[in-house]
Design a protein around this ligand. Structure first.
Ligand SMILES: Nc1ncnc2c1ncn2[C@@H]1O[C@H](COP(=O)(O)OP(=O)(O)O)[C@@H](O)[C@H]1O
Ligand SMILES: [Mg+2]
Length: 389
């Protein structure tokens, strides 16, 4: 790797004979040039993010809604580096507890991501976003999955590198800082995170994410951890009140550009190009997430009204509809248990929901119990989560 600028860092020759990148401290110098294009993107992203955030205030049960968006972000973020788990795979896990012994590694990665998100959000109510917290969150992220042998919860003690499969330290696309320099750079990054400055929050998190990826402090999970940081930051800065922005949707769709932009920061010091790309993503995904939210609300209003006419004072229909927004994949048994109604009653309601087109029988061949999906809802959520092979 040859640098065209030292704005984002320098290359050093290590004592053992390879070359590694050492990032410059943030904020960049010369400082970020907020030209009119960036200004425009910034206010657009701010405005659209605000609109998305407002959605939760008009929802009857925002937690449920947030839970779906968090799952979506988790699936997308894991998919960026090739995890082969779909949203339906994740929705198929009835409760968080059952995921404990869930054997499928890729699904477990996503489940861990969701856990790491909630765990981190909880901690951030009372603690600052520190290196210690980042390490603890990383431990949750990599618990018992691929990479679990790679020191979860600890910064690396050896050199790592990025590049095509099978490449070596000498042929790598990018060699992050040596262990000593990594530790120093993480200390500097923590300082930068704490610093009260006048950098707009969205630009600041764009800088933090890129710097984190450049430092690559962990042996694995750097991509996912770096993307979690974005959500944590937005919530801690009170730009979002809930983790609603599934920005990985954009990174997944523009993966090559995502990686190229990060490389251009390192090689050319092109912070502005990266920030603009990032801001555009925030605006795009805010729009997309707001649109999905509206579709979900409309779906709910539509079926609530239809069911209200049929319900005749019995609350089970409404209860099942509510339940489906939380668990869109069900069996008669799971419904009977969740709604505390008899199996025959559950069966009758399910049949009605099937007649109305709300539920669809999707029982796989070998299954003993019939499985039903709230397809229209899943279709809204699934957008963008197709597995890349
Ligand atoms: N070709 C590349 N160019 C630039 N960055 C890359 C490239 N390949 C991977 N990366 C960076 O490395 C991250 C993946 O690192 P890794 O530690 O494996 O994280 P994870 O396990 O969460 O995917 C990516 O998200 C990206 O930031
Ligand atoms: Mg990885």
């Amino acid at each position: 790797m040859k640098l065209e600028s030292n704005r984002a860092g320098t290359i050093i020759n290590t004592t053992t004979g390879y070359r590694a990148f050492v990032p410059a401290k943030l904020p960049p110098s010369p400082e970020i040039n907020i030209d009119s294009e960036m200004q425009k993107l910034l206010s657009l992203a701010d405005r659209k993010l605000g609109r998305l955030d407002g959605i939760t205030q008009i929802l009857p049960n925002p937690e449920l809604f947030v839970a779906m968006y968090v799952k979506k972000e988790a699936v997308l973020s894991a998919q960026i580096e090739g995890t082969q788990a779909s949203l339906v795979d994740v929705l198929n896990i009835p409760t968080e507890d059952m995921a404990e012994d869930y054997s499928q590694n890729d699904v477990k990665e996503v489940v861990n991501y969701v856990k790491a998100m909630y765990w981190g959000m909880e901690k951030l109510n009372t603690l600052p976003l520190s290196l210690r917290l980042i390490r603890e969150i990383h431990k949750v992220l990599l618990k018992d999955v691929r990479g679990a042998n790679k020191n979860p919860g600890e910064f690396r003690k050896t050199q790592n590198w990025i590049g095509p499969q099978g490449c070596t330290l000498n042929t790598a696309t990018f060699v992050p800082p040596t262990v000593d320099e990594m530790e120093k750079a993480m200390g500097d990054l923590e300082q930068f995170i704490y610093e009260e400055d006048s950098i707009p929050a969205l630009i600041k998190i764009a800088l933090i994410h890129a710097q984190f990826e450049t430092i690559h402090p962990f042996l694995d999970g750097n991509g996912r951890m770096g993307r979690l940081l974005i959500t944590f930051w937005l919530c801690q800065q009170e730009i979002l009140s809930e983790p609603l922005l599934y920005l990985s949707y954009y990174f997944k769709q523009n993966r090559t550009e995502y990686y190229d932009r990060l490389m251009s920061v390192r090689i050319k010091g092109d912070w502005e190009g990266w920030i603009k790309f990032f801001l555009k993503g925030v605006a795009d995904v805010s729009d997309e997430a707001t649109e999905s939210a509206k579709n979900i609300i409309a779906l709910r209003t539509h079926y609530s009204a239809l069911l209200f006419e049929k319900d005749k004072g019995n609350g089970n229909y409404a209860a099942l509809l509510n339940h489906l927004f939380e668990n869109p994949i069900v069996t008669k048994k799971s419904i009977s248990e969740s709604l505390e109604i008899s199996l025959p009653t559950a069966g009758t309601i399910v049949d009605l929901f099937c007649d109305m087109g709300i539920l669809k029988d999707v029982t796989p061949d070998k299954k003993r119990y019939k499985v039903y999906e709230f397809k229209e809802y899943i279709n809204i959520l699934e957008k963008g989560t197709e597995i890349i092979h």
